[in-house]
Design a protein around this ligand. Structure first.
Ligand code: F6R
Length: 237
């Protein structure tokens, strides 16, 4: 695991946005896995800004979404499809045929589509306060694949703050094994609310109580943290 301890949240955000954009600059037909959540809003903002400044062509790239709520319409304002359209795809002019979400039925087809694309070059992740990645909640196994899941109470409590309308209790998510098959993975954790999860991640391996710990066995896993997220671990810049 490579750890990048940033001096500020904005530096951490910039580092992650730069990594995503550099992937597309180096391989225009990159396959990227995208996460949503509050953590990623400034990342997408920085990505869009830099891409426009540097005129980076995104027209050959392909994007896989990590997860989506179940039981909402595709155009629900709090759904992940709307989120990514608003924060990344619309500002960059990314077409509908350049991305896909985990399908509600036939979850196995997502695994096949990812394989047929050549695999995910770089998967972007956030982390839940309970250590989840995607919607792989505590208790998820390292060999889990794309599937329907029931959201934990902690996730429902955290996400319902921003959800317009009734918060779904189920979702579909890439599995931990699916994520681990990505060629490289970058996880961004910012803010004090993530400090316990980051501490647990640092001190444990392959522990279903904190699904993010499975990432540590990946040869190209980078953890980017800001000072608040790192506040409970002993790290020096
Ligand atoms: C989002 C996702 C989740 C979030 C995590 C952190 O697609 O899969 O794992 O990354 O819940 O969410 P925020 O950033 O809102 O704290």
């Amino acid at each position: 695991m490579r750890i990048i301890l940033s001096e500020s949240t904005s530096e951490a955000v910039q580092t992650v946005a730069e990594a995503m954009l550099e992937k597309i600059e180096s391989i225009s037909a990159s396959v990227l896995g995208l996460a949503t959540g509050n953590t990623m809003i400034p990342v997408y903002e920085a990505w869009v800004q830099m891409a426009l400044n540097r005129s980076v062509d995104h027209s050959y790239a392909f994007f896989f979404m990590l997860d989506e709520y179940l039981g909402i319409n595709a155009d629900h304002p709090s759904g992940f499809q709307e989120y990514v359209a608003k924060h990344l795809f619309n500002p960059l002019g990314i077409r509908k045929d350049q991305f896909t979400l985990p399908p509600v039925h036939d979850e196995g087809s997502y695994e096949r589509t990812i394989k047929e694309s050549g695999g995910i070059d770089l998967q972007l992740l956030g982390i839940g306060t309970n250590g989840h990645i995607g919607f792989n909640e505590p208790g998820s196994t390292g060999n889990s694949r794309t599937r329907r899941v029931i959201l934990s109470e902690e996730t429902i409590a955290a996400n319902s703050k921003n959800f317009q309308g009734k918060m779904p209790t189920e979702a579909i998510t890439m599995g931990i094994q699916t994520i681990l098959e990505s060629k490289s993975i970058i996880l961004l954790a910012t803010g004090k609310s993530k400090a316990d999860a980051v501490k647990y991640l640092m001190n444990h391996h392959d522990d279903p109580a904190c699904p993010a710990t499975f990432l540590k066995s990946h040869p190209h896993f980078t953890l980017v943290i800001d000072p608040d997220a790192a506040s409970k671990v002993n790290l020096k810049i």
